[in-house]
Design a binder for this molecule. Structure first.
Ligand code: PEP
Length: 258
């Protein structure tokens, strides 16, 4: 990570895990474990029903709360959906958009673009996910695929808004598999992401964007991944469900930031 231009972020993605009561217990315990020095930003992206418990538990701490998706629409007859404005009002700072698990459930680049616009309009910080399948990596089309995903999601977003977007590179073959990308593999794609942003927005804007790596990051591999110049933090699935494991990653990011 380049500490001169960006602040590290460690964001947990709980997926469909933990109840509101478990959330309360987790946040209370995790808060007490955190190092005093605030060398990296921390977020927990929790299931929607856990947001009130997480926000309440994280009050007066450095833990920010996020959601895992939002509606593409501002309001209206969309049964079961939750708008970005509702998430913001409930106390969220972040929202994950375009996670591969949601793309696999039918979310398209067009949906993701619409969600990004409404998230930005509502003052949320989107964590925009992109990443290739194992087949795409095998075929050698990782970079053009990521370029396409980024261009589709970010179409028409002005530079001042782009600075508030976090991009997460999450190779699908590394998510929940224990098969982490090597630091070189992850850095190569994160550097490509920054190059795509630089081409479209210029060097000053591109160097301000926080780029995360996600895919089986844990306390053993975090330090090496976070030592790469274009990896500014992590989006953490499995390891974020255990406060001790998440703390190890926060500590790795905090050391890197020294
Ligand atoms: C994720 O789901 O965003 C993720 C990175 O999961 P895991 O850390 O479990 O691979």
């Amino acid at each position: 990570m380049n500490r001169k231009y960006r602040r590290p972020l460690i964001a947990g993605n709980w997926k469909m895990n933990k109840t509101p009561s478990e959330t309360r217990e987790f946040v209370t315990g995790f808060k007490a474990m955190l190092p005093k020095l605030r060398r990296c930003d921390i977020a927990l992206c929790v299931p929607a029903v856990c947001i009130p418990a997480a926000v309440k538990g994280a009050r007066d701490s450095r833990i920010a709360i996020g959601a895992q998706t939002c509606s593409a629409f501002a309001s209206g007859a969309y049964t079961g959906e939750i708008s970005a404005a509702m998430l913001k009002d409930a106390g969220c700072k972040y929202v994950i958009l375009g996670h591969s698990e949601r793309r696999a459930m039918g979310e398209t680049d067009k949906n993701i673009h619409a969600k990004l616009l409404t998230a930005l309009d509502s003052g949320l910080t989107p964590i925009l996910c992109c990443g290739e399948s194992p087949e795409q990596r095998e075929l050698g089309v990782t970079e053009p695929w990521i370029t396409m995903q980024l261009r589709a999601a970010l179409a028409g977003i002005p530079p001042e808004k782009l600075r508030t977007v976090v991009v997460a590179y999450e190779p699908i073959w590394a998510i929940g598999t224990g098969q982490t990308a090597t630091p070189d593999q992850a850095e190569s794609v994160c550097a490509h992401i920054r190059a795509v942003l630089r081409k479209q927005y210029g060097a000053k804007t591109a160097r301000a964007v926080v780029i995360l790596y996600g895919g089986s990051m844990n306390g053993n591999n975090a330090a090496q991944l976070l030592a790469q110049p274009d990896i500014d933090g992590g989006l953490i699935g499995g390891a974020s469900l255990d406060p001790q494991k998440l703390l190890c990653i926060v500590e790795a990011a905090s050391c890197e930031a020294e």
